[in-house]
Design a protein around this ligand. Structure first.
Ligand code: ADP
Ligand code: MN
Length: 495
């Protein structure tokens, strides 16, 4: 016996007149639709839905393709509605903000990279505005306050129009529907959360592929590296900051005979828009290694110098045995280095990791050591040292992000060092390392100076006096003061 019960086989009798009126209705409907949407907006076909290159082996990919297709259809419908609403009106509204597919491909600027800073752009959907309400209408005993149930209900119904267009509210006004505050608020909540959900999906999609985050020229550079077999695959973006975007990649075959590709790489792409770099001029302009070139260069070349600078600084650190990424290759503004982390997961920053008090202490002494090495052996001041640029990996601290590092004799080098010391000292003191030197002690321990001022202001003044002395000395004698331990060290920059 059939578990779903006996099928109902009673046939529905129907007259010819019924069939004909049904067909007529259909025709009318079609006519009406055609009139309403005279021309179907073509749905742009992306690379995702073309037959040949579609990779259907991955469920995720498949789901994304379907989603993309859905979103495109949705956008097309949105455009149709836009058209319908606007008609021939001179003033038009746009649903552009509600579109799902980001129009990134219409990006026309060739040279500029224009990606978002994921570190601080929490997407916030624009709240629909409601018209300001007067508290009441009418006069005397005919007064109706905004709390009047009927008025309020109608108003609530009307306010539903402010929900995002994809939120189907039906013809509440036509039905003279009166919504209680409770129901309205529940609906509103739902409408907003839907909106946020789609915004989140949207955002993920934007950052989902490595290629979308960089400009065409950079993309080409990256493709070339993959093509040359240097990189196996570029898997995705680790970080997008104001000045750089960092990708993860699996290393490919060796670039040259003597160089072995690390199994995993980090690709730091220096952002080629300039505004963010302008305020960093002081790091490079006064760095004598780059001084001569700086003035003659166009801004794009200056960006490349940042990448170069990071490479040189990393190499110095590597030579001194400081744990840091190993330079693999530099191409223009793209620096490939070894990846600190494993299986695509970058090592956590010191600020994000919870260390046992024992590890914390270990990390502190290691950091102190590294700062001294950096200063004495590498002749460098990190200049952006903090728990943000120290990674915890393999039970030790790794230093990264050294594009802005300068030599101690840089006109502001000692100030930068003092700032580094303050960051480090504060971090470890707050982290409960009782032995951690305070910033002034740390400064002396790293630099070998012996500034005795016991307060910050005087200390800083002495630092600046030292810097000034050195500058004057350079002016008069063409070389640095001998009390800067780095004297005699030839500039590394020579390519
Ligand atoms: P920014 O100037 O944007 O701060 P960073 O060099 O600090 O550039 O890199 C940004 C982030 O990318 C880092 O905080 C770190 O999480 C990650 N990162 C950078 N280089 C590496 C690397 N070699 N290995 C692993 N993660 C890295
Ligand atoms: Mn950083």
């Amino acid at each position: 016996q059939c578990p779903w019960g006996a099928p109902n086989t009673t046939s529905i009798s129907c007259s010819l007149a019924d069939v004909m009126s049904e067909q007529l209705a259909k025709e009318l409907q079609l006519e009406e639709e055609n009139a309403a949407f005279p021309e179907v907006v073509a749905v742009a076909e992306g690379p995702f839905i073309t037959g040949e290159n579609a990779d259907t082996s991955s469920d995720l990919m498949l789901a994304q393709m379907l989603q993309m297709e859905f979103d495109r259809e949705y956008d097309a419908q949105l455009r149709r509605e836009e058209k319908k609403i606007n008609g021939d009106s001179k003033v038009s509204i746009s649903f552009e903000n509600y579109r799902k597919v980001h129009p990134y491909d219409s990006d026309s600027s060739e040279d500029e990279v224009d990606w978002q800073d994921t570190r601080h752009d929490p997407y916030r959907a624009d709240k629909p505005t409601t018209t300001p309400r007067r508290g009441f209408i009418g006069k005397g005993k005919d007064i109706t306050t905004k709390h009047d149930e009927v008025v309020c209900g109608r108003k609530n119904t009307a306010r539903m129009e402010n929900f995002a267009p994809e939120f189907q509210v039906g013809d509440g006004i036509g039905m003279d529907l009166k919504l209680s505050n409770q129901v309205f608020n529940a609906l509103k909540q739902h409408a907003y959360s839907e909106e946020r959900r789609s915004a989140r999906l949207h955002e993920k999609k934007e950052h989902s592929t490595a290629e979308k985050a960089v400009d065409p020229k950079t993309r080409l550079l990256l493709y070339k590296m993959v093509n040359a077999g240097m990189l196996e695959t570029i898997t995705g973006c680790i970080s997008t900051g104001k000045e750089s975007v960092v990708f993860h990649a699996y290393g490919g075959k060796s670039a040259t005979e003597d160089k072995v590709m690390p199994p995993e790489c980090a690709i730091k792409v220096f952002k080629t828009t300039l505004n963010e770099f302008k305020n960093r001029d002081k790091y490079i302009k006064d760095d004598y290694r780059f001084k001569d070139r700086f003035s003659k260069l166009n801004p794009r070349k200056i960006i490349r110098m940042w990448a170069e600078k990071e490479m040189h600084n990393l190499t110095r650190m590597q030579n001194a045995g400081i744990p840091c990424p190993q330079v693999v290759i530099l191409k223009k503004h793209v620096l490939v280095m070894s990846f600190i982390g494993q299986d695509q997961v970058p090592a956590p920053k010191l600020k994000d990791v919870t260390l046992s008090s024992e590890d914390m202490k270990k990390a502190y002494y290691q950091t102190l050591n590294m700062m001294q090495q950096l200063y004495k052996e590498c002749n460098l001041v990190h200049a952006d040292l903090s728990e943000y640029n120290m990674l915890w990996h393999d039970g030790k601290v790794w230093l990264i992000d050294v594009s802005q590092s300068v030599e101690p004799t840089h006109p502001h080098g000692l100030e930068f060092l003092f700032r580094d010391c303050r960051n480090v000292s504060q971090f470890f003191q707050k982290g409960g390392v009782a032995e951690a030197l305070n910033e002034r002690e740390l400064f002396n321990a790293v630099s070998g100076f012996n500034i005795t001022a016991d307060n910050e202001v005087d200390f800083q003044a002495e630092i600046e006096a030292l810097e000034k002395m050195n500058e004057d000395h350079v002016q008069n004698h063409g070389k640095k003061l001998s009390m800067f331990s780095s004297d005699g060290d030839p500039p590394i920059y020579d390519e």
